[in-house]
Each structure stands twice: as C-alpha cells, then as structure tokens.
Unconditional design. Structure first.
Length: 237
C-alpha cells in the first residue's frame, strides 16, 4: 500500500509505503479470528519556504524581516509498525488495532516529538429482519456499529447504523460533537459504489460546509483455493 498526503498547500508532505500480512484462523464453524500486521516506511517532508514565523512581522509593514528560527532538518523518516485483531461470527464482529507501535520521531527541531500510539476498537452486528424470504433482494438487515479511537489526549467516538436491502446499503454515522455522516451505496459483489456526506455540527460548520466522498471498488475474482474461507459479514462502506 502506498499513500501520500499534502497538507497546508504542500507545506507538509506525508508519505507511507506499507506491506500488510493477515492470517485467518477458523476457531469453529461459527467463529473466525483474523490477525493482521503492517510494516511501514514513514516519511515527513517540510517545505521551509512556505513557513511564516512571528519574528518576521513588523507591526506596520507586515512580513518584512528574515526569521531567526532554524530547523534541524526538513525531512524525517523511519520504520513504523501496526497490528490488529478481528473476530467475527455469523451475526457479530469486533476488533482492536494499535498503530505506530514504534512511535516514530516527527520532530524537525532539536529534541524529540514521538508520534503517539493510536488505539482503535470497533464492534457491530447484523440483525436480519425478514428471515422468511429466501430471495436476496427481499432480505432486509439492520447493522448497528460503534467505533472508538484514541491517540494521546485525543479521543473520538463514532456511532453508526446501516440498513441493507438486497444490494442497496444506506445509513448514517454520528461522530460525537463533530459531524453527522449520511451514506448510500450499492454492493453487487464484484462492484461496489458508495457516496457519503459529512454534515459538520461543530464550531467548524461555517468554515468547512461539510464534505463529499465517492468510493468505487472493483473486486477481481481469483481461482478458488481448496479451502474456502468465510467472508466477514459486515457493511463494506
């Protein structure tokens, strides 16, 4: 997996190159455990020419002085590791993950600034409503979900709810004190399409105006192996 993020009009660039390994253990016919491990090369790059400092400011003329601030370096990099565990049965699933186990140093000046470990816990259920019908397009399922994340002093709790009828998925998430997320999608097995809209309810409402997101997934079917594993029975969006 390769990803790159540019923040502040390209002032700070984050690049991650990762390799992921997952192992699946069938505990019983009704319960499965997945363990995942991720090794990442993590790099932060800073464009010093786009930074502004307080000692550059003249009270009348604005930014006219040369800064006396100096950076020790404008790029930091190193290894980063993460791990997670997922357990799921026929109608329930839960998991836990820990990111940045090595707490890589992200400081550009003297001293250290380790990236705190990020802890994530989640759980959900699939509740079938009309079990009498055997047709997929007539089946309706409700799925409540909860997601908790903590990194340093930051904590976030998300509560979600899905409604699934045939190949159509709809739902909403509530990010406590921050946003409400509405979503709708189509799941055709090999093709998935989803749209979501974040309605900001915090003090950032007038600044952001919400956010739109589109996602498309194409799944290439491979030749089945001798041992067929059950897929995770949870929403894909």
């Amino acid at each position: 997996m390769a990803e790159q993020d540019k923040a502040g009009n390209g002032t700070l660039t984050t690049t991650n190159l990762s390799a992921i390994y997952a192992y699946q253990l069938n505990v019983s016919r009704d319960f499965t455990v997945n363990a995942g491990f991720q090794a990442t090369y993590h790099q932060l790059s800073l464009d010093e020419s786009k930074l502004s400092f307080g000692d550059q400011i003249d009270p009348v003329r604005g930014f006219v002085y040369t800064t006396g601030e100096t950076l020790l370096r404008n790029s930091v990099s190193g290894p980063d590791f993460s791990a997670g565990l997922l357990g799921y049965g026929r109608n329930v699933f839960f998991g836990f993950a820990a990111d940045h186990l090595t707490q890589p140093d992200e400081s550009f000046v003297q001293g250290t600034s380790p990236l705190p470990i990020k802890y994530t816990g989640h759980a959900g259920a699939m509740i079938p409503i009309n079990t009498r019908s055997t047709l997929v397009e007539d089946q309706f399922t409700l799925s409540p979900n909860v997601l908790y994340q903590q990194q340093g002093n930051f904590r976030q709790l998300d509560l979600g709810f899905y409604g699934i009828k045939g190949s159509v998925v709809g739902g909403f998430w509530y990010r406590t004190g921050d946003a409400i997320i509405l979503l709708i999608g189509i799941d055709k097995g090999t093709f998935k399409f989803g749209y979501s809209y974040d309605i900001t309810i915090s003090k950032l409402t007038l600044s952001t105006g919400g956010a739109h997101e589109l996602s498309m997934i194409f799944q290439i079917q491979c030749r089945p192996k001798r041992h067929n594993y059950r897929i995770i029975n949870c929403p894909s969006f």
